[in-house]
Design a protein around this ligand. Structure first.
Ligand SMILES: *Cc1c(COP(=O)(O)O)cnc(C)c1O
Length: 387
């Protein structure tokens, strides 16, 4: 037995539990119809919510910046990796989000895992929603603060944990605003009230809401209309904005501190300028074409109704992320495979992405799906029970 022999045992164990993942390779661009395993399939797996990932305006902006600035940036932004595109994008992000300043990270995951340890340390306390994204969970772990997990969306549980832990030097409440698997929204209005009462920092991850929620497309905090001096908001350029990267926005002091102290910023090479340029083009579109997000949320509400009318359980979804709750990983995989046969790509989400017994099909709606595609999916799904 060699020292890595355990890997095959573990992989076999995953396979027996229907938890072993394959890595699909769709051909072509991220568009509603892709080529997968030699056939055309309607893609409901992508987080390209506004249909911008293959937009020619983003492609052209990226190509021009690539010829102008090259591909790689060679070093961290603190050394020599920052370009005029990065600077412009951070300025535009701050303006778009209505804050003093913004800071760009190579990915949303890097943003979350780097920001939290820069905000809290040993002796501090974090209060985290039980369904937070993996990158926030890693941020908690890396911070070395005491982590108190409250039940999903349960503000009275959050309040209880805050009042039980008085001695922390700093307190940080952290939550997704739009949860990535269930498509439900955090109760932000009451969370902000509690944060104010306990004088806690509040970190909101708007990854799935950036570009989709709110009158300007800033996210759920804008849609609900919350304001708080202790607010730190994170967004992503990788989903609705069709590019790649993460960002944090807030006060000038916050951004200055994070640029000096967030390890995933300081010790990671700046994102390619082409990506910043594409994100700039995407921000123009988000500002100029609000109908994309309006239509997306209207269509999402329609589709949830249609699914529910056919007996499918979409849980507490209030967004373009529509889970079809199944339960066992085996049944989720089997349904996903049958839909695949019928030309629809809805990935089966299994542990560890969701808790045991909560496997689901995750349907991501984008502004680029046509009503023909949606009606086709509904007839492929039929009634729950008939399938
Ligand atoms: C996708 C996601 C991230 C990570 O963003 P990337 O830019 O894809 O690295 C962070 N938080 C949440 C809630 C996400 O869903």
């Amino acid at each position: 037995m060699h020292p890595l022999a355990w890997l095959d045992d573990e992989l076999n164990a995953l396979d027996r539990r229907h938890l072993l993942r394959q890595l699909p390779v769709p051909l072509g661009r991220q568009q509603p119809v892709v080529q997968l395993d030699g056939r055309e399939i309607v893609n409901f797996a992508s987080n390209d919510y506004l249909g911008l990932a293959a937009d020619p305006r983003l492609q052209e902006a990226a190509a021009a910046a690539c010829f102008d600035s090259g591909v790689g940036r060679g070093a961290s932004p603190l050394v020599c990796g920052r370009s005029k595109y990065h600077e412009e994008l951070e300025r535009r992000l701050a303006e778009f989000e209505g804050v003093e300043a913004a800071l760009l990270f190579p990915s949303g995951f890097a943003a979350n895992s780097g920001i939290m340890p820069a905000l809290v340390d040993r002796g501090d306390s974090i209060y985290a929603d039980a369904k937070n994204h993996a990158s926030l969970i890693d941020g908690c772990r890396l911070s070395r603060a005491n982590v108190h997990v409250y039940s999903h969306g349960d503000v009275s549980d959050l309040e209880k944990l805050l009042s039980q832990n008085h001695d922390a030097r700093r307190r940080l409440i952290v939550t997704d605003t739009l949860f990535s698997m269930d498509g439900d929204l955090a109760p932000l209005a009451t969370i902000v009230e509690v944060a104010k009462r306990f004088n806690a920092m509040l970190l909101l991850d708007e990854a799935h809401a950036t570009g989709v929620f709110g009158a300007q497309g800033r996210g759920v905090a804008e849609a609900i209309g919350i304001e708080y001096e202790g607010l730190i908001r994170i967004g992503t350029l990788s989903k609705a904005l069709g590019a790649a990267g993460g960002f944090v926005c807030g006060s000038k002091s916050l951004i200055c501190w994070l640029a000096n102290r967030a390890r995933s910023y300081v010790f990671s090479t700046a994102q390619p300028a082409a990506i910043s340029a594409a994100a700039l083009a995407a921000l123009d579109i988000v500002e100029q074409e609000p109908q994309r997000r309006v239509k997306l949320l209207e269509t999402s509400a329609w589709l949830r109704n249609e699914l529910n009318a056919r007996g499918w359980n979409t849980g507490h979804s209030q967004s373009q992320i529509i889970p079809i709750l199944i339960g066992s990983p085996e049944r989720a995989v089997s349904l996903s495979e049958q839909l695949h046969q019928r030309g629809y790509w809805l990935p089966a989400i299994r542990p560890p992405s969701v808790p045991e017994g909560e496997s689901l099909l995750r349907l991501s709606l984008t502004a680029a799906h046509t009503s023909e595609m949606l009606n086709g999916l509904l007839s492929a799904l039929g009634r729950n029970g008939d399938f």
